[in-house]
Unconditional design. Sequence first.
Length: 80
Amino acid sequence: MVYAGSGVRGYGNLILLKHNDQFLSAYAHNDSLRVKENDVVEAGEVIATMGDSDAENVRLHFEVRRDGQPQDPMEFLPSR
């Protein structure tokens, strides 16, 4: 866990997870955060609940970044 809080304008309650030296994932506009900075999280663990913090309606903003650059998350998610 790299960051958990509401200090980044436009993202509301934001969580940034560091996966390794290349990859981060971001989860924004959460209602409540279930983790804090420096927590170690496991796959499948609940890290937040969806909400509308700093947004017009309930939504989840999800990003994958490689070396700071946005990536298409569909390339990293399992196929359906």
